[in-house]
Every structure is written in structure tokens, then in C-alpha cells.
Design a protein around this ligand. Structure first.
Ligand code: 5HY
Length: 254
């Protein structure tokens, strides 16, 4: 099987780091194809960056069909619902994947993410996934996303400090790392602090493989129905916009 891993920001080193983590846990025979948009924000920190990264992300899905599932490698599950409209192949957000696994491994978990501005989007996702009551707190380590790419930064020790506080103050029984850029920290932090520390990238690989193996596909009824027509296409007098020939999830009749 082939998994399309998309980092919605434009920082290639983050894409490579997520791809390496995914390949480490992927089953034999699973190919990880890792991509990021050419244009858009170098990191996604909050609502504005998220909005500015959407067209790049969706363009990478709409433009191809040679994959069995998609992994959105950004912790706020950027464009997850829109992506599920574009393909019936499973689309997994690393945030949603880690939350569900943490909820199966603990009574209560905490999230440690980057900047404070990223917290509301993550909290909103927890609520809409129905997991807000299982998350004691979404903590900001106040480390910018791109500092995680700097081997000289003290990011790891500061995240470790936040994990220790979550255990003490939140009585967290598990930790979810709130950024794709933290993917390489999970194992060491889990050993150091003696509790499950979940990285969404590897959780998403496990879920994607499972769904593909079960032959599952996203429902085409209701909210994830394919786009009725390409609304960026020119309107034809009296006949509405022209459908884009052969587009994935092409025009539904209604
Ligand atoms: C991420 N941003 O996983 C999120 C984390 C965040 O560029 N990759 C990003 O702070 O929301």
C-alpha cells in the first residue's frame, strides 16, 4: 500500500522528519510518499497560517489518485474535512489519531504543543472529536514550530519540563505531543517520564494501514460528499460552472 503523507507547511526538513518517523513504523510493503506544498506558510501556528496553507494542501490531494490513504502531518489536522470531500480514500489527521489512541491508553491525557496561539484550534478539535472530557489540558511550551528544527535549541528539555508539569498538575496519565516537529522526541520522553507519550505521525500510520487493510473508505453521503462542481471554474451561461474533467470526486448529478 502507499500512504501519502502531506506536511501542509513548506518546510522540507519537517516533511523529511515526519517521513522518517512514518517509515520507521510502517509495515513491510507500505510505501510512504511525503510531500509539502511549494507555496504557503513555513510553519502553521494558529488560524491564519492554517487558512493560508489550505489551498496548497488540497491541491496536493486533488491533483493525484495514486495513494491508498492520506496522512495530514500537521497537529491541528489542517483541512481534514475538506480533504475528506476530495477523495474517498481514508484521510487521517495526526491530531485526531493521537487523541483517540491516548484515550484508549489512559483515563486522562494532556497535550503539549508549541505556541499559545495554537491551543484554541487544538481544543476545538478535541471538542468536535468528542474527546474534550478525556483531555485534562492543552499546554503551550512556547516553542515556535521552526525551533524544533534547530538541533541547538533547548526545545527538548523545555518540552520535558512541560511533560513533568502535566503529570504533576494535570494528573496526566499519557501525553500527546502537539506538533509534527516533535515526532522524534516521543520515545525518549516516554522512557524519561514513565508514561505513554504519543506522536501523532506514527499513530496515523498505524490507523491508515488498518483502514486500508480493512478496505474502508470515507462515506460519500452527507458532509464528505464530493464537491458538486469546481467553483473556481468559469460559469457557463445558463448551465452553471463547467465540471473539471476526470477530477477525483467528480461532479455529483444533483
Ligand atoms: C504542526 N504546525 O504540527 C503544527 C503545530 C502547531 O507547522 N506543524 C506546524 O503549532 O499547531
Amino acid at each position: 500500500m502507499r500512504l501519502l503523507l502531506i506536511n501542509p507547511n513548506t518546510t522540507a526538513s519537517m516533511t523529511e522528519k515526519a517521513a522518517a518517523a512514518a517509515r520507521r513504523v510502517a509495515s513491510p510493503g507500505t510505501e510512504i510518499v511525503a510531500v509539502n506544498p511549494e507555496a504557503g506558510p513555513a510553519s502553521i501556528e494558529g488560524y491564519y497560517d492554517e487558512a493560508m496553507s489550505l489551498s496548497g494542501l488540497l491541491g496536493l490531494i486533488a491533483g493525484r489518485d495514486d495513494y491508498d490513504a492520506v496522512i495530514i502531518a500537521c497537529f491541528d489536522d489542517t483541512g481534514l474535512d475538506a480533504a475528506r470531500c476530495l477523495t474517498d480514500k481514508p484521510v487521517i489527521g495526526i491530531g485526531e489519531a493521537a487523541f483517540h489512541m491516548a484515550a484508549m491508553l489512559s483515563n486522562s491525557f494532556s497535550v503539549v504543543t508549541t505556541l499559545g496561539r495554537s491551543v484554541p484550534a487544538i481544543s476545538h478539535n478535541l471538542a468536535r472529536y468528542g474527546l474534550a472530557t478525556r483531555c485534562a489540558r492543552v499546554r503551550a511550551s512556547e516553542i515556535p514550530v521552526l525551533d524544533l528544527e534547530d538541533p541547538l535549541s533547548d526545545a527538548c528539555s523545555r518540552i520535558g519540563h512541560e511533560v513533568a508539569r502535566a503529570i504533576l498538575e494535570d494528573r496526566a496519565e499519557a501525553i500527546v505531543l502537539g506538533c509534527a516537529g516533535m515526532t522524534d522526541l516521543a520515545r525518549a520522553l516516554s522512557q524519561e517520564h514513565g508514561l505513554p507519550v504519543l506522536d501523532g505521525v506514527v499513530c496515523a500510520v498505524a490507523l491508515a494501514e488498518g483502514m486500508v487493510r480493512l478496505g474502508l473508505a470515507t462515506s460519500r453521503l452527507g458532509g464528505y460528499a464530493p464537491p458538486r462542481f469546481d467553483k473556481s471554474a468559469p460559469v457557463r451561461p445558463g448551465r452553471g460552472p463547467a465540471p473539471e474533467p476526470g477530477r477525483a470526486g467528480s461532479v455529483s448529478p444533483d
